[in-house]
Design a protein around this ligand. Structure first.
Ligand code: ADP
Length: 476
């Protein structure tokens, strides 16, 4: 059984949770302890006690630790990618790529730790100088979802540590394996005891302690809109700095002048890879009428050529849905789409394979209307719908008619429309002839409207959230 890391010690919790493989529910990937509320408080106390010394430990020590973590992740990407795919269900290629991405993120922040910048300005008062410097926020609570069990923790933990914060990390219940493996590497990186704690456990127990603790100065969360809203209300009362990444209903606009091969590739990759379980997944194809029939039939044809199966099978393109509950949601939305009058062009069926897993054929709805629930609500599964439109202007209007604003894409050969789209699409990430999902690790990530709250994640912009600014005045 794997334990939690609290104040530098590996500690048993009050319960055990089995980690089940969604490709084969008869396989237990491992057993993981569950922290209780008092252990969560213990970890927070340890983080609080260790933070100041860590923040003055020097940037070389921090950079070395992050480089150690990143290098080990890269060296063990096959092994850890296999574990990730077994617990989450994305294909082995996707699992390995995610671990590699996490490794690159740690190495990126190993370098960022060495170039924490400030400003020096003259005062409006003669003989007075001003320095603007960045300091750590303090103790950072990190709460993550199941869909990127390694990369999302990495893109929160790495900058938190790089800028001198201490961390209390609560991974999602469904994916303790990747979180534990990452924590184990971090425990050997030279970081002092207490600076980083792993708290596997329930959101309503461990998460709640983190959110309500007066000793946690900042909270970064990725997960559902409902949980995010609840956490924001609780955390704001304690004046915590907040960063929330939540849902998406990402549009991919296809104009008549699009390259059809690129458009189909963007649609398949963006909507269905990682089983559609990405907050940046395309779930609305907004398609101009001239290309619409060809696009819809080509996407359906491409879907029929994909292999759905066990995540570790090299033939598999689409792994299982993460668990029974998510499978139920996906199936419900397939029924909702049919009842709303959209045409199910392909898929949407539960599938049997040689292992008992949550397999489902990727679903494409055609003739959807912008007001339908399948076109408005986040599904978080391999389900997308195509909405026909007459003009680019109408496409943009439909794309912007959403409570979310994470990622959005356009497939077009027109520089004019691509440029207009980048300016007028209400989103945090705009893609031209590339899929809405699958972003680089060294540039900002985040959205507008109901998708995100607080400063951007990743790249050098991560400093906005993980540091606070001090303005110092000096008369010589
Ligand atoms: P998902 O299940 O799609 O990952 P959730 O929003 O349900 O999205 O969960 C995201 C993370 O938030 C998980 O780590 C979960 O355990 C945690 N969580 C859920 N409820 C709470 C809560 N009340 N307080 C703190 N954390 C929570």
């Amino acid at each position: 059984m794997k334990r939690n890391l609290i104040g530098g010690e590996w500690i048993d919790g009050s319960a055990i949770r089995q980690n089940i493989n969604p490709s084969d529910i008869d396989e237990v990937v491992g057993e993981y302890t569950q922290a209780d509320a008092s252990q969560a408080r213990q970890a927070i106390d340890a983080a609080h006690a260790a933070q100041r010394a860590w923040s003055f430990s020097g940037i070389q020590a921090r950079s070395n630790a992050l480089d150690f973590i990143g290098s080990e992740l890269l060296a063990r990407q096959q092994e850890l990618g296999n574990l990730l795919s077994r617990e989450e269900g994305k294909t082995l290629a996707e699992g390995v790529a995610e671990v590699a991405r996490a490794g690159h993120i740690f190495r990126f922040f190993a370098a960022e730790a060495l170039r924490i910048r400030g400003d020096r300005l003259s005062s409006v008062r003669p003989l007075v100088d001003i320095e603007v410097t960045r300091e750590p926020v303090g103790v950072v609570g990190i709460i993550t979802p199941w869909n990127f069990p390694m990369a999302i923790p990495a893109w929160k933990i790495a900058p938190a540590l790089a800028y001198g914060n201490s961390v209390v990390f609560k991974p999602a219940d469904l994916v303790p394996g990747s979180a534990w493996a990452l924590a184990e590497i971090i425990s050997r990186s030279g970081i002092p005891a207490g600076v980083f704690s792993l708290l596997m456990g329930r959101g309503s127990v461990v998460g709640k302690e983190i959110v309500n603790s007066g000793k946690v100065n900042a909270l970064t969360f990725t997960g559902s809109v409902d949980t995010g809203r609840r956490l924001a209300e609780q955390a704001a009362g304690g004046f915590k700095k907040l960063q929330l990444e939540m849902g998406g209903k990402n549009a991919l606009v296809i104009l008549d002048d699009a390259d059809i091969e690129i458009a189909v590739d963007c649609a398949i990759q963006g909507a269905y890879y990682s089983t559609g379980q990405r907050c940046t997944a395309s779930s609305r194809f907004i398609v101009q009428k001239g290309i619409y029939p060809h696009f819809v039939s080509r996407v359906a044809e491409a879907l029929s050529e994909l292999t759905v199966g066990h995540a570790l099978d090299p033939e598999t393109n689409i792994g299982p849905v993460v668990d029974e509950e998510q499978m139920k949601v996906d199936q419900e939305y397939v029924d909702i789409g049919k009842a709303e009058g959209a045409t199910l062009m392909y898929g949407g069926e539960p599938l049997r394979r040689h292992t008992r897993g949550h397999f489902m054929s990727p679903a494409l709805f055609a003739d959807a209307a912008p007001q339908m629930r399948i076109a408005r609500e986040e599904i978080f599964g391999p389900v997308a719908c195509a909405i026909p439109v007459n003009t680019y202007e109408e496409a943009l209007e439909v794309a912007n008619d959403s409570e979310f604003g994470l990622s959005a894409g356009i497939c077009t050969g027109s520089l004019k429309h691509a440029t207009h789209f980048k300016r007028h699409m209400q989103c945090g990430m705009a893609m031209v002839n590339v899929p809405t999902a699958g972003v680089d690790y060294h540039v900002p990530f985040g959205g507008t409207k109901g998708s995100s709250y607080g400063a951007r994640e990743q790249g050098s912009y991560a400093a906005e959230f993980f540091t606070t600014v001090k303005t110092a005045y000096t008369r010589a």
